[in-house]
Design a protein around this ligand. Structure first.
Ligand code: KIV
Length: 293
């Protein structure tokens, strides 16, 4: 183990599939200029693929409300639903840091309620950090004091869709960019282990990334962020929504799955599935008996 890795608690991801990624290791990756890869996952099978591919951080995002459950926005997903999906992901993951999104309403009341809900994600579902949207500095401090690592989320925060009047790029003026930077610094000062920057100008994200000691993880925030995150379903074309400017599609799972499903249907309709090799048979003596009976 290198000295830097030792100082990072031996937990600096090395590409070794068994080196567990931790929240402190993310900051060490930033110091070493090692880009952080992050993706969402919401179920066991996908989380296994994402983890085995060496992605550093897996977010059980509340985007599942839209891409898995077909809701119009993320607002209706509940704590119990998020816990259910977080448990499935946690069972699959060996190496990546598992971060659970706190859903809308679960941290918008008192600080004590926010902490109590976050405790559920750690205790009942095995999350290793929680993500919360907005400049909730007091809550981040309280969660940190409660030993719960926090990933903050600033910029285009989907839970604020009604306040923002839609999903719009944020911090487009110099003044708003300064406010965004002040919020990011305050959240890091309060203990946030990383800051997701979504839908903000590249220049604003770059300036924040340069000032923070904790990593920024961008989505629609340009290449200077310390890491990048995408919604898994956008990456593989399974989200049934128009492609956003910042999304790069790495596969066309919709076409792949459609093709497989259509071939299966045709085989069933033509009695080409299952064939003899895909069928169970009586053992030979039983077969002979059956024939003579
Ligand atoms: O819910 C989610 O998927 C997210 C990412 C887009 C950052 O919050």
């Amino acid at each position: 183990m290198s000295l830097t890795n030792f100082l990072a608690g031996g937990n600096l991801p090395t590409g070794n599939p068994t080196t567990k990624v931790t929240v402190p290791a993310l900051s060490e990756m930033k110091r070493q200029l090692k880009p952080i890869s992050a993706l969402t996952a919401y179920d066991y099978a996908t989380a296994r693929l994402v983890d085995e591919a060496g992605i550093d951080l897996i977010l059980v995002g509340d985007s599942l409300a839209m891409v898995v459950m077909g809701h119009e926005n993320t607002l209706s997903i509940t704590v119990d639903e998020m816990l259910h999906h977080t448990r499935a992901v946690r069972r699959a993951v060996r190496r990546a840091l598992v971060v659970a999104d706190m859903p809308f309403g679960s941290y918008h009341g008192t600080i004590a309620e926010g902490v109590a809900n976050a405790v559920r994600f750690v205790k009942e579902a095995g999350a290793e950090a929680v993500k919360i949207e907005g400049a909730r500095v007091e809550l981040v401090a309280a969660l940190t004091a409660a030993e719960i690592p926090v990933v903050a989320h600033l910029g285009l925060t989907p839970q604020s869709v009604h306040r923002m009047g839609g999903y719009r790029v944020q911090a487009k003026t110099a003044e708003a960019a300064m406010r965004l930077k002040a919020d990011a610094l305050a959240l890091a000062e309060a203990g946030a282990g990383a800051v997701v920057l979504e839908g903000v100008p590249r220049e604003a994200a770059a300036a924040i990334t340069a000032e923070l000691t904790v990593p920024t993880i961008g989505i629609g925030a340009g290449p200077e962020c310390d890491g990048q995150i995408l919604v898994f379903h956008d990456l593989v074309n399974l989200s049934f929504s128009p492609q956003a400017k910042f999304v790069r599609r790495y596969a066309d799972a919709a076409s792949l799955f459609r093709g497989a499903i259509e071939r299966y249907r045709e085989d069933v309709e033509h009695r080409a599935f299952p064939n003899d090799a895909e069928s169970y048979h009586l053992p030979k003596p039983e077969l002979a008996q059956a024939k003579t009976a």
